[in-house]
Design a protein around this ligand. Structure first.
Ligand code: B12
Ligand code: SF4
Length: 500
């Protein structure tokens, strides 16, 4: 038998989402090969559960989806253990980490193939080739080691028309894990559905992991297809809210407005990610229609208020510091909360300039808060992404920065923290500079606690605001121990670490 087992290693401690990455892969082989899913988020001992399936003897292929951070850690441990116990199993990894760091994955010795980017066509073709002993070298989006141990990357496939993809097998997923388990309570609603309606992104920001894979390409499902899927889950399992996981949900104004028209009667609250310059061009009537249809909050990569840094990041498009502020103010009128993420700690020729850039961003973030205090701020420290050809990445390599060479190295606590964007490990950032960024973030989160933390009561919010308010006013960010203590005791939610 040629059964396929798909594994989503643990990526969240709570708020489990529908494992869309492996569900898409399951859809690609549905009706042709038998498959099962193991979700590490829902299993106390996922390796034991995988072994339970493999011991049945008819599973030949084991697919992992892997993103950096804790998911990578569980993936490495599982892959190593399982390959040792079941050496005949063909191990296939897909997702952002193996696509961007293929050498360390394939040289580990326990992963046989990587699907580079979308797997909707590549995965079933690879399984056909392996099952019927046919050549696989001509399959697009594949990375493997040839007989001489050399890493080979095959050509990239054009992006697939997303409406032509097979339906997602929600009912079958429900037989492995009840769907309501994945519809968690968030600030958006009691039962929040995670949905992915488009792939890639038309831009080329030089710090972004999407760029090397999608190379400025974007393809979306139509508004009607998205609506049909959402409506199905709503009617069958009672979803009340939607998190759109697309890298860039609002690329097309027409699609966003059309989706708003369809979803409005369903009374659902929803959220998605966008670009400031793209949405600044949206008509007032479109922004109003989007809000009216339940879109309460939108995530934007603001990145920096400094136009030179925006250029250095190759932010593309037309975004400027002035526009970031103007747009925060404009959204106030529509009662849409802008969630702005900033990337602090990009390289500069001298330590003084790095420090000056950090001070500038702190000041800029305060200006954004002043025009629209409801703006949610997420602060990341810049962690390099291997974007070949980008000026920023060239500067990073020149500074002496190196990614780990082996999978074992990726598991070290320091690199795990790098993945979580807590510890950038970039030579130009001194510990004092990192402290400065983190301390400002602590004080800012004290004055403006995130709305996404639904456990934080009104009283607690008021109290922490009071404590942090004085520091914020007089720009005193050093040693904010009292705020840290409250955040620790109240288990304050940090979207920058836990994911939105
Ligand atoms: C949902 C999500 C999460 C969820 C968890 C999802 C899960 N698996 O349970 C949460 C919120 C927990 C999360 C957390 C983090 N995430 Co995350 N996450 C995403 C997000 C938004 C969507 C993933 C998804 O479902 N995609 C939908 C599917 C259909 O697309 P896909 O994964 O690309 O899958 C296709 C191909 O890649 C391939 N493929 C994927 N897997 C597999 C497996 C096999 C076997 C095969 C054959 C093919 C294949 O085929 C699929 C279909 O074509 C992505 C961005 C994005 N839009 O994809 C970021 C993303 C993957 N996350 C990222 C990061 C950095 C994180 C964090 C580490 C940090 C952070 N602060 O966000 C944390 C880690 C926290 C932790 N505790 O682990 C980055 C990775 C960047 C990088 N350098 O590689 C991304 C790309 C966001 C970004 N643009 O920066 N994340
Ligand atoms: S707009 Fe966002 S998703 Fe697109 S390349 Fe830039 S950072 Fe990445």
């Amino acid at each position: 038998m040629n059964k396929i087992l798909l594994f989503n290693p643990k990526s969240a401690n709570a708020k489990y989402r529908i494992p869309n990455s492996i569900l898409n892969i399951a859809a690609s082989v549905e009706g042709r090969y038998e498959w099962a899913i193991v979700d590490g988020n829902c299993e106390p001992d996922p390796i034991k559960k995988i072994a339970y399936y493999l011991d049945q003897g008819d599973f030949k292929y084991l697919g992992f989806t892997v993103m950096p951070g804790p998911q990578l850690k569980q993936a490495i441990i599982a892959a190593k253990t399982l390959k040792e116990k079941y050496p005949y199993i063909k191990m296939i990894w897909g997702g952002y980490f193996p696509s961007n760091h293929s050498d360390s994955v394939l040289y580990s010795g326990y992963v046989d193939f990587i699907i580079n980017g979308p797997g909707d066509h590549a995965f079933p073709l690879l399984i056909d080739a392996l099952a019927y002993d046919r050549p696989f070298e001509f399959i697009k989006n594949l990375i493997y080691k040839d007989v001489n141990g050399k890493i080979v990357k095959t050509a990239k496939e054009d992006l697939i028309d997303q409406d032509s993809l097979p339906a997602l097998p929600f009912d079958k997923l429900n037989t492995f894990y009840p769907i309501p388990k994945f519809l968690g309570k968030t600030y958006l609603g009691e039962k929040t559905l995670a949905y992915h309606s488009s792939i890639g992104c038309p831009f080329t920001c030089s710090f972004c992991a999407v760029v090397p894979i999608y190379e400025a390409r974007w393809k979306a499902k139509s508004a009607q297809t998205v609506y049909n899927d959402v409506k199905y889950i709503k009617d069958k399992w009672g979803a009340t809210a939607i998190e759109f996981h697309d890298n860039n949900f609002f690329v097309s104004e027409k699609r966003a407005v059309e989706f708003s028209r369809l979803i409005k009667p369903e009374n659902m609250t929803w959220w998605g990610m966008a670009r400031i310059d793209t949405m600044s061009k949206f008509k007032d009537s479109s922004l109003a229609a989007i809000r009216d249809a339940g879109c309460k909050c939108i995530f934007f990569g603001a990145e920096s208020g400094n136009n030179d840094i925006l250029e250095q990041m190759d932010k593309g498009g037309t975004q400027t510091g002035e526009q970031i502020i103007e747009f925060a103010e404009r959204l106030k009128k529509f009662d849409i909360i802008p969630e702005y993420s900033f990337v602090l700690g990009t390289p500069a020729p001298t330590p003084k300039q790095v420090e000056a850039q950090i001070d500038f961003e702190i000041d800029f973030i305060k200006k954004v808060k002043a025009v629209n205090p409801k703006t949610e701020i997420v602060i990341y420290t810049y962690s390099p992404v291997p974007t070949p050809g980008s000026e920023l990445y060239k500067q990073v390599l020149e500074s002496g920065f190196k990614f780990p060479q082996t999978l074992e190295d990726w598991m070290s606590p320091a690199w795990e923290n790098f993945d979580l964007r807590k510890n950038p490990l970039t030579p130009w950032l001194t510990p004092e500079m990192i402290d400065k960024i983190r301390n400002f973030e602590t004080v800012l989160n004290g004055v403006y606690p995130t709305v996404t933390d639904i456990r934080l009561s009104r009283l607690k919010r008021e109290l922490i605001k009071l404590v942090a308010g004085v520091r914020y006013k007089i720009n005193l960010y050093q040693y904010p121990y009292e705020i840290k203590l409250l955040q620790k005791v109240w288990k304050y939610r940090q979207p920058e670490i836990q994911g939105f």
